[in-house]
Design a binder for this molecule. Structure first.
Ligand code: DQA
Length: 145
């Protein structure tokens, strides 16, 4: 059975493609899900691709990943900058965690420069657009292979 990677997406990412396309690009979250699933297949991995606007739901999915997730890729979106609760959930997860931001958060407003989630993330990819998700998957495949 191939290893399962959770790909978790936080608030407002359901509107990717429509949302500030000059910052986040024109790909939709469904496009990202499709390309991640295809790449995961090539890499011998499986993905569980999820999005929620609710903090408790992201936390519950991190808890679920403790049971069957070999790794987590997370774009916590605005929860990166606010949520100690998401950080605490990730601290109870033993596998590798890669944090992805589509935009280069360090080039943007000051409040986006700090991420609570980064205290736990093994690596952070920012500013490479939605390609960041694929790079994160490739890294996990190498790590877990
Ligand atoms: C984001 C960056 C965050 O600052 C923002 O709140 C998001 C998306 C990104 O992918 O670039 O919602 O995580």
């Amino acid at each position: 059975m191939s290893k399962l990677i959770y790909i978790l997406n936080g608030p407002n990412l359901n509107l990717l493609g429509q949302r500030e396309p000059e910052i986040y690009g024109s790909a939709t979250l469904a496009d990202v899900e499709t390309s991640c699933a295809a790449l995961a297949g090539e890499l011998g991995l499986r993905t569980r691709f999820l999005q929620s606007n609710a903090e408790h739901q992201i936390i519950d999915w991190v808890h679920e990943a403790r049971e069957d997730g070999a790794g987590i890729i997370i774009n916590p979106a605005a929860f990166s900058h606010t949520s100690i609760a998401v950080l605490d959930a990730l601290k109870m997860y033993d596998g590798p965690v890669i944090e992805v931001h589509i935009s280069n958060v360090h080039q943007r407003e000051r409040f986006r420069h700090h991420s609570y989630v980064s205290y736990r993330s093994d690596g952070v990819i920012a500013g490479l657009g939605t390609h960041g998700y694929e790079l994160a998957l490739r890294h996990l495949a190498r790590l877990l292979g």
